[in-house]
Design a protein around this ligand. Structure first.
Ligand SMILES: Cc1cc2nc3c(=O)[nH]c(=O)nc-3n(C[C@H](O)[C@H](O)[C@H](O)COP(=O)(O)OP(=O)(O)OC[C@H]3O[C@@H](n4cnc5c(N)ncnc54)[C@H](O)[C@@H]3O)c2cc1C
Length: 328
């Protein structure tokens, strides 16, 4: 009988994404059965070896040339095979562009239950209760996923701490039999963005700016602070539309959904569509010249000030942190 929990291990540039690592902790909180991991790709033995020491009971590897580049149909087929091999009743994935693509297809195929973008998950009896923001973050909903069908949870990257690594799990190889139909979508090229910059979904610290930055070059003060704090830079849609930052940096309803430990909002008004993307942040610091700006309603610390004066001051004050993590 299916009873285990399967964690999808997303990897990039030869390393497991931090958000996927955190999913092992999430998986352990919803089961007292085994937690398995699945690694999909080509030439992924080193990733499987990394996955074997993150506190899971078993690692399933699907290694095939046709899985080299992500594509929705082969990955869904590979996940089908991994679910069977791991006897999984629950699948846990970090919310990302990739999982957003294949997970609903997987849920539909298994006639399963799915909750996306969860900010917390908890096991109550045999049910899993999740919380997630709804209606563009205007409210938060609690959903109950009872047992009986496959349950798929996509969880915000930073909602759980990193797992404690114990022992070494066995690694087993699984075959995914792909049909011709599964191969009908071909990935021609993978274009990486923002070389050297941290992925927003994985960032513990995000320094974000709005239209008030007034130019692309002015964003350099946010980059200086972000680099000092070991974080990433994000922007509002207004700043993106004005061409100050690439679309991949946009946070909000039509951009990235992030949940860092620290979100520094610089000259951001706090429109509902922006809040939809960053409300899950643990600590929000808002800097705005307008005391009544809505961003202050979600801020942990508010600072009514000009960002062009305040951001360099914070940067200077953080100088002593150089090389040390800002978050303990
Ligand atoms: C369908 C739809 C989807 C959308 N999706 C998104 C989305 O994904 N993400 C998103 O962000 N928006 C989104 N928007 C747009 C959203 O409604 C807002 O227009 C946008 O977030 C405003 O961006 P802003 O705060 O940078 O700009 P503004 O609204 O212009 O606010 C600028 C703020 O900066 C402050 N300020 C000005 N100068 C300074 C200074 N020197 N120092 C400090 N503070 C200063 C001002 O007081 C003001 O509060 C969407 C809108 C729609 C209709």
């Amino acid at each position: 009988m299916s009873k285990n929990t399967l964690v999808f291990i997303e990897h990039r540039d030869g390393a497991i994404t931090p958000a996927s690592l955190r999913m092992v902790t999430a998986a352990k909180s919803v089961t007292d059965a085994e937690v398995h991991a699945v690694v999909i790709g080509h030439g992924v033995t080193p990733i499987a070896e990394q996955a074997a020491v993150i506190g899971v009971d078993n690692v399933h590897v699907l290694d095939d040339e046709s899985l080299q580049q992500y594509s929705v149909l082969p990955y869904t087929r590979a996940m089908d095979a991994a679910i069977e091999a791991s006897a999984a009743a629950v699948v846990v994935l970090a919310a990302s562009g990739l999982t957003r693509d294949f997970a609903p297809r997987l849920a539909a195929r298994h006639n399963g239950l799915m909750a996306t973008d969860c900010t917390s998950v908890e096991r109550i009896g045999e049910s899993i209760h999740v919380r997630r923001t709804m209606y563009a973050a205007k409210c938060e909903g609690e959903l109950e996923l009872p047992p009986g069908q496959l349950r798929i949870l996509s969880i915000r990257g930073n909602a759980f701490p990193l797992p404690t690594c114990t022992g070494k799990a066995p690694i087993s190889s699984v075959d995914a039999i792909l049909s011709e139909g599964d191969k009908r979508v071909q990935v021609i090229e993978f274009i990486a963005g923002d070389e050297g910059e941290q992925n927003l979904a994985d960032a513990d610290v995000i320094v974000s700016g709005g239209r008030s930055l007034e130019s692309e070059s002015n964003f350099s003060i946010l980059y200086d602070l972000a680099h000092r704090l070991g974080g990433a830079v994000a922007a509002t849609r207004a700043a993106v539309d004005a061409g100050y930052q690439p679309q991949s940096h946009q946070v909000g309803l039509t951009g990235n959904v992030v949940a860092p430990q620290l979100y520094v909002a610089c000259g951001i008004d706090g429109a509902i569509q922006h809040l939809a993307g960053m409300r899950g942040s643990k600590v929000v610091v808002a800097i705005n010249t307008k005391a009544e700006a809505p961003i202050f309603n979600v801020a942990t610390y508010g600072c009514v000030a000009d960002l062009f004066e305040m951001v360099p001051l914070i940067n200077e004050a953080c100088q002593s942190l150089d090389g040390k993590p800002v978050l303990q």
